[in-house]
Write a protein that binds this ligand. Sequence first.
Ligand code: ASP
Length: 350
Amino acid sequence: MKKLKSLLLVGAALLLSATAYAKPNIYILATGGTIAGTGVSSTQTNYHAGGVAIQTLIEAVPAMTEIANITGEQVVNIGSQDMTTDVWLTLANRINELLADPNVDGIVVTHGTDTMEETAYFLNLTVKSNKPVVLTGAMRASTAISADGPLNLYNSVCTAADPASRDKGVLICMNGIILPAHGTVKMNTVDVQTFQAPNSGPLGYLFNSKVYYNDITLKRHTTKSVFDVKGLKELPKVGIVYSYADIDADVMEPYFTGGYKGVVHAGLGNGNYHKNLFPSLLKARENGILVVRSSRVPTGPTTLDNEVDDAAYQFVASYELNPQKARILLMLALTKTDDWQQIQQYFLEY
Ligand code: ASP
């Protein structure tokens, strides 16, 4: 009897330690980009983004399997300059499906860097889970000397596997730092250190496979987001008008005939517009098209109550969102309402 008891105790202890050390299950959803790109040689940058399949990327980083059980899935294989809302909807729905499974602990999305900040922000508003979702990519093709993709992928798996990454919103992990989807921008066209969050800073970093957080984002995201894309086939059409000295009002013409529901103005300074453009922006509002004022200036918010009387014209100020991210929030906001005051509230909260 005594022997049976001690055998049972040993068994229970073994089971407990196996559960305690069970590796998390991480899915890598691959979409292409330079991380999956192949160049003409290891020293020449002429390369083709997308092309290498997810299984090859996984096999290039065997150390990942010490951290987590890895499953790869190819969603698309494109340069992210060709990103579409269709791919965003597919990704959001697939991530929601996977994360609803108690056996899935986190997601890594491999992605081109050109539109990574947009996809990350879209997912930040549409993923319905507090489990980690981490986007990563590379600035150097997989065939280049000192390719940055393998370490970025490894670090992203470490990030997605760490329970501390829960409830942080969708993350971008590149070049050893972890950044929030809301504030992150591609800042350099060629440098490996390209992603930064100039208004808010990074959330954390990695060192020797370990994740260190030193900040959180206070913006609403994931489980606290009201936006839901389940069942949606498309998003309301929203474009961006980029302002400059002596702009001609004809740049706004497509907005009156092209089925647009909203326009983001990449304005001057704190979201100011040229006097040539102002009548067209007013006309857009009269036509029921939402107008969001953002800025072509890379840092600082576009605020209410500065040089523009938004309440008088029913314009919306984008605050910290740059034009390309303001476009995403406006598209999602328009799935809920066309009330400009409610949409302004979204821009303050998200
Ligand atoms: N054009 C590439 C892309 O966005 C650039 C990169 O991945 O770094 O797919």
